[in-house]
Every structure is written in C-alpha cells, then in structure tokens.
Design a protein around this ligand. Structure first.
Ligand SMILES: Nc1ncnc2c1ncn2[C@@H]1O[C@H](COP(=O)(O)OP(=O)(O)O)[C@@H](O)[C@H]1O
Ligand SMILES: [Mg+2]
Length: 312
C-alpha cells in the first residue's frame, strides 16, 4: 500500500513515545510505501487534493530517525490511505486542511474521516452518550459555574473545549480561595466557553485510555496522575499502568465503537474515568508506545494489519 502521513514536523517528534512514528515503522516493516508531509504541504489542483510530500524511510535511532527522498506532488487519490495525524490545536488552519482533505473523499481512505475531524469536538462528543458520561455543562458564565459546583457536591473540573494534554484543566473545590480566579481564567472573563463536569474521585486510581481500531478495542492503559497533580495526562507526569477493559468500559465501547466505525473514525482513543466517558480523542490519539511497554506487544502492527484488511 501507499500511505501518506500528514503530521507535525518529523524532525521534532519524540520517537520513544510517538504513536504516529510507531505506525510509520510498522507500515514500513510490512513493506508498505510511506510518505510524509505537514498540513501546510496540502493543496488542490482543481478538485484534486494534492500533497507536496516526501517518500520517507524511518528507523528507531534518536536524532537520526528519518531519511527523506525527493519531494514531489502526490495526488491523494494515488494513496491507499492518508493518515491525518496533526496534533491540536484545532484552529482555522486545521479546519481548512480538513476541507482540502474532503476533496479526496471516495478516492482514498482518510484516517480519521475529515468530516469527523471537523465536527467531532473531543470534549463535546461525549454528550452523545448522556447515560455514560458525568454530569456536564458548557457555559461562559461564572455564576452558572458556581451554582454547578454546589449542585455537584462542592467539587468539579473545568476544562477548555479546544485544548489537550491536560492543558487548562482545573480541579475546583468549593471554599478554595482561588475559585473566583480559576473561573475567570477558565472563561477568560466570560469571553470563552468552558466545560464543567462533576469531579470523578476515581481519577486518583487512573484515567483509562482505551484505543479503538475501526470501533473494536485494541488495548488500554491506565494513566495515574502524579500525587501533586489532578491530571492523568502522560505529558504532565502521569504514570502508565496495566489495566483491563471491563465493567462499564465494555458498555462504553459497545455504545461508542459502532458509531465511530460508521463515522469513519478508524483510530480513536476513549478516556474513561471510573467507568465514565470523559473524552473521545479522534484528532491524533496516542498511547500505543505505553501499551507496548506494559504488555510486551506491538500494537501498531495490529493497526496496520487492520488497515490492510479494511482496504482489502
Ligand atoms: N470529570 C472529571 N473528574 C476528575 N478528573 C477529570 C475529569 N475530567 C478530566 N479530569 C482530569 O483531567 C485530565 C484531562 O482531562 P480530559 O478531559 O481527558 O482532557 P485532555 O486530556 O484533552 O486535556 C484527566 O486525565 C483527568 O485527570
Ligand atoms: Mg484526555
């Protein structure tokens, strides 16, 4: 297969933990032809989506992990699949990139579906499953945030709609003298929406990342926050621990998986805290390398095998 990876600059990635890099290596190992470009290299020639892309060879050597061939114009329709793996922010530039990718619809498989990348906000998407997610509101009003805090028993989490990696996530406690300042910060003095959610105390034993491939569970990693942090994001010091997909996790996978598959979301990461769905990561989910380290597996190879089966 010919596979194009649209991603952040290859030179800057940390290969030890990068899921995209792992997927590239696995694809190369399976003798697929792999190409690389950044979103800024996308364009249209009439209604054909094109990329000024490079054929690339990758290897697991820090500081010398890739070798580019000759840059050329690649019609996306010439690729069997295109991985859109640019990390957030989901800004106007990202939005336009998805519209360019849209032009390749039906001519190649785009992972994940560009319509979904545009429309599925990772925080808001959980609200499609009200019985599986914690009590949640979205508002710009600090007065409403304060009343929600009381309704939820004096503890809540506020988080921006457009960030990732735990950035801007606050654990708010009634009576904390920083409450007012946190809510002003979270809403930028009423100029920005924030999501407020019941605080799930089970987060102390971990935020479970469940990776799904074409709607089916691939693996799961429990991310345990550092003792002095509320956030179970690996980038801010959470520890990866082994776990199982069990209990309410199975209900969540059963409810969400088929919808993701139908929407063309091939590779997705669900965040689940104490059996509650808190995030649906479609943009550029990670966790493969942590799962490999915990279970002695090579999950990226399974993703590529699933892709081979899908494309046939
Ligand atoms: N409802 C919640 N209750 C307790 N902790 C939460 C809740 N929502 C988020 N968190 C904490 O914040 C972290 C990041 O939240 P998340 O919604 O996954 O956003 P992102 O990972 O995109 O920053 C989680 O790992 C968890 O530690
Ligand atoms: Mg998360």
């Amino acid at each position: 297969m010919k596979l194009l990876f649209i991603m952040d600059p290859l030179a800057r990635i940390q290969i030890a933990g990068d899921s995209t890099f792992a997927l590239m290596l696995a694809a190369q190992e399976r003798r697929h032809e792999i190409w690389f470009c950044e979103p800024r290299h996308l364009g249209l020639e009439h209604d054909d989506a094109m990329a000024r892309a490079w054929p690339v060879t990758v290897r697991r050597i820090v500081g010398d992990h890739y070798l580019l061939g000759q840059q050329s114009s690649v019609p996306l329709s010439s690729c069997h699949a295109v991985f859109m793996r640019k990390d957030p922010p989901i800004d106007l530039d990202y939005y336009f990139a998805t519209l360019l990718l849209e032009r390749a619809r039906g001519r190649t498989l785009i992972i994940n579906d560009p319509r979904g990348l545009r429309e599925c906000n990772e925080k808001l998407a959980i609200l499609d499953y009200p019985h599986l997610c914690p009590p949640t509101i979205v508002t710009r009003e600090t007065v409403r945030l304060r009343s929600f805090l009381v309704e939820q028993g004096g503890e809540m989490v506020v988080k921006p709609l457009d960030a990732s990696g735990g950035f801007g996530v606050f654990h708010v406690r009634q009576g904390d003298t920083n409450t007012g300042a946190i809510l002003e910060q979270a809403t930028n003095l009423g100029r920005r929406w924030t999501m407020a959610q019941r605080y799930l105390p089970e987060v102390r034993s971990g935020d479970k990342r469940i990776l799904l491939v074409d709607g089916e569970p691939l693996c799961a990693v429990l991310r345990v926050p550092a003792p002095d942090d509320a956030r179970g994001n690996l980038h801010v010091g959470a520890r990866a621990m082994p776990t199982k997909i069990e209990g309410r996790d199975l209900d969540i996978v059963a409810a969400v998986g088929p919808n993701l598959r139908a929407a063309g979301h091939f590779f997705v990461g669900l965040d689940v805290i104490g059996g509650h769905l808190t995030e649906i990561n479609v943009t550029s989910p990670t966790g493969i390398m942590e799962a490999n380290a915990l279970y002695g597996e090579q999950y990226e190879a399974r993703v590529i095998l699933a892709l081979e089966r899908k494309i046939g």
